[in-house]
Design a binder for this molecule. Structure first.
Ligand code: GLA
Length: 733
């Protein structure tokens, strides 16, 4: 999968359908990028680095070294000595100097993939992937940089990360360290990113790539609602089924920058890594810094193929734990049912009614601890409020268990309320700048998890609650972004490490939690979906997608999320109407059909909803059980996008053996006086014959068609009567 051609000094990394070629150039050992694209038979494409054209390599023309640096396609560009495009790594020496240049030293190719210390990362055994470790150095700074590449055998993915070691005698500061870079020709690309806000996460945005720098980023301390650590450069003709795509996604949950810079020569430098804003990491002699990982996907077969590579990788090589390949319990969460206004007497009737309807787990959300009855206090005081939870937590959990249901609980472990016993005892545990009143958000501060004593307190607070009763699920929330970056535990020249240390500490906490409680189902959350990223997926197999549970808003949010992440990871619930985020009324049935594309659950007071809605729940539960294996494991295809056509949405899931398929069609606003819509299906076996049944309308006659017909001629989708109506269509060979 990875080969080195000693004569040409090229490395060729192959995945099933792609190749990536790196060249070592000149006696100085510049490491250049030659090729990334469709799989090549021959590795001799080093001519693509254009070293035979002026400005020549320095060994042939040292007068134009600067021009050479400024156009050579570097694998991992440094700054300060002549490449004026944005670099991937910046340093500041003890003497205050900044320039660096890397030259090849050695390499190693081996089966499998090493772990990244302290960080989430994709994994694969020998036989599943091959790794190249390319070692280079700047001997003047005393800096060794190891570029790590892994090529997977079962999906078209190459992952990259970087490890920087101080090999000199003096310390230096890393002021920027990206994880991956692609220097290539601009092929008149468009740029695709995911943008959003609270309740509007991960909406797809596509625009023309122009000259200069274009980026998306976060320095909010988390991957964020606003921008997403994902960037794709796509050919103008790229659509769902065809066209070229170069995509990068970051396995990281903190600050990031994803950037494309089109240079004067119409080359593009695509890069991704930790955002350099407020980043400064001190490396003492002998110390190393490990960057997080970037996942790269190339395809010439459009967005469906890109999505399939990401889904395959994340399902098989990122998500861990007992629930990795298992159906999750159908939960009912009391947040939108009660908000803070609940006690045992309110929760138990909800659980009782829910259990009768087939719901499998009660999740107690925010408000069970300290003296919390609104969002203005008690974060950090993780002691059960026995005025609300009468008889204690164990009693409540036991009562819920007696109903045959599991019990889950909400925490927001990273936070501290100014009005809390914890803050009164340890005001210096909050992230803040000395002498400046830290900015509150939702009336809370962020705990300085870079301090071990703070992280240990948080861990024990959560773990002791979990040890006290049979709790089988945790929703780990994070409801504000970081500001006032200052730690009372770090010296002056390490304050720039706080953002990253914070993220490492969150990872450390979740690693400890899932190790001590291996049977726990962990769901991450951040004010909805502000930390829905590949980093968190390493610890929790599912993440709450958005606080907006309106079925129509969810079409856009789930489309953007599913562009990269498997459906099995998307927290999706049916909630009450009018919807609490937007005030819209949609049919209960449609809410169920849309939530089926995610983890599936309820977020309402089941004792209070209309009788006809309640009566529908057992059918929805049955559909979940019937289809969840397919939804979790099947291949996902996007057929139509409501955010593009402003009219209807349609997606399809096909089982690996192509024997089963589920099609979801949602008509947003109905159209008067129109006939049915023709929909072309995808991914079926042309030679198989499929029974097509409308699961939510048995009056529509079942028909049998060949896969060939369904994909070429399509099926007719009857116009539903009314707005916001959906069809769920099941195909079985
Ligand atoms: C966040 C979550 C919600 C809920 C509240 C509780 O907003 O996204 O689901 O848990 O916090 O405060």
């Amino acid at each position: 999968m990875i080969t080195y051609n000693e004569k040409q000094r090229t490395f060729k990394l192959d995945t099933p359908n792609t190749s990536y070629v790196i060249g070592i150039v000149d006696e100085e050992g510049f490491i250049g990028h030659a090729y990334y694209g469709r799989r090549l038979e021959d590795a001799d494409v080093s001519y693509l680095m254009r070293t035979d054209e002026p400005p020549f390599v320095p060994s042939r023309n040292n007068r134009e070294r600067c021009s050479f640096y400024d156009c050579f396609p570097f694998e991992y560009p440094t700054g300060g000595v002549g490449d004026y495009r944005e670099s991937c790594i910046s340093i500041r020496t003890k003497g205050g100097h900044t320039g660096a240049m890397l030259s090849y030293v050695s390499h190693e190719i081996f089966d499998g993939k090493p772990k990244l210390e302290g960080l989430p990362a994709t994994f694969g055994d020998e036989g599943e992937c091959t790794t190249l470790r390319l070692v280079c150095e700047d001997a003047i700074v005393g800096m060794r940089v190891e570029l790590l590449y892994t090529a997977f055998n079962d999906t078209d993915v190459i992952t990259r990360s970087v490890r920087v070691t101080n090999t000199g005698k003096e310390h230096f500061y890393l002021t920027k360290v990206y994880s991956a870079c692609l220097d290539m020709d601009n092929q008149d690309f468009d740029m695709v990113t995911l943008h959003g806000s609270w309740a509007r996460e991960r909406c797809i945005q596509r625009k023309t790539l122009g000259f200069g720098i274009q980026n998306v980023s976060s320095f909010r301390g988390e991957s964020s609602h606003q921008d997403h650590p994902f960037l794709a450069l796509v050919s103008k003709n790229a659509n769902q089924e065809s066209g070229e795509i170069y995509a990068m996604n970051f396995v990281y949950s903190g600050n990031f920058r994803a950037q494309a810079e089109v240079s004067q020569f119409d080359y593009v430098r695509m890069s991704m890594g930790i955002h350099p804003e407020n980043f400064c990491w001190k490396l003492e002699s002998g110390e190393s810094f490990q960057s997080p990982e970037v996942v790269m996907v190339y395809t010439d077969k459009g967005f469906d193929a890109m999505t399939s590579s990401f889904h395959r990788l994340y399902r098989k090589h990122l998500i861990r734990g007992e629930y990795k390949d298992r159906k999750r319990p159908i939960l009912i969460n009391n947040w939108e049912a009660t908000y803070f206004n609940f006690d045992t007497d309110k929760l138990l009737p909800i659980a009782r009614e829910a259990s009768k309807l087939g719901i499998e787990m009660l999740v107690m959300d925010d408000g069970w601890f300290g003296k919390r009855s609104s969002d203005d206090c008690s974060l950090g005081d993780w002691k059960v409020n026995e005025d609300k939870i009468k008889g204690g937590l164990k009693h409540l959990v036991d009562e819920v268990n007696k109903l045959g249901m599991k019990f889950g609980i909400w925490f927001e472990p990273e936070m501290i309320s100014p009005d809390s016993d914890l803050y009164r005892a340890h005001p210096d545990w909050a992230i803040a700048i000395p002498n400046r009143t830290a900015t509150q958000s939702r009336q809370q501060y962020v705990l300085d998890l870079s301090r071990n004593e703070v992280a240990d307190y948080v861990y024990e607070a959560v773990a002791s609650v979990l040890r006290s009763a049979n709790i089988e699920y945790v929703k780990w929330d994070m409801n504000r972004q970081l500001s006032d970056i200052g730690s009372f535990g770090l010296p002056a020249d390490r304050q720039g490490e706080l953002y990253h240390r914070y993220v490492l500490a969150v990872y450390g906490l979740q690693e400890r939690l899932t190790s001590e409680f291996p049977h726990l189902l962990l769901e991450n959350c951040s004010g909805g979906g502000a930390r829905f990223d590949a980093g968190m997926l390493y610890y929790s197999p599912q993440i709450w997608c958005s606080d907006d549970t309106d079925a129509i808003e969810r079409l856009k949010i789930q489309e953007g999320t599913a562009l990269i992440y498997p459906l099995s990871t998307m927290g999706a619930h049916i909630s009450d109407c009018p919807n609490h985020a937007i005030g819209r009324n949609t049919p209960f049935e449609t809410r169920g059909i849309v939530a089926l594309a995610g983890t599936f659950g309820y977020e309402l007071d089941v004792t209070k909803i209309p009788q006809e809605d309640r009566e529908m729940i057992p059918q929805q539960v049955a559909m979940y059980h019937k289809f969840n294996d397919l939804v979790r494991e099947g291949d996902y295809y996007r057929i139509a996008s409501y955010s593009q056509n402003k009219s209807f949405d349609c997606w399809q899931i096909v089982s690996g053996d192509k024997a089963k398929s589920l099609v979801t069609f949602v008509q947003v606003l109905n159209r008067p006086n129109f006939k049915s819509r023709r929909i072309l299906l995808k991914g079926l076996d042309p030679d198989k014959r499929y029974t097509v049944s409308f699961e939510n309308n048995k009056d529509i006659e079942e028909k049998v068609y060949s896969g060939d017909t369904l994909m070429k001629a399509g099926i007719l989708m009857p116009n539903p009567w009314g707005d916001f109506k959906a069809w769920l269509i099941y195909l079985e060979a």
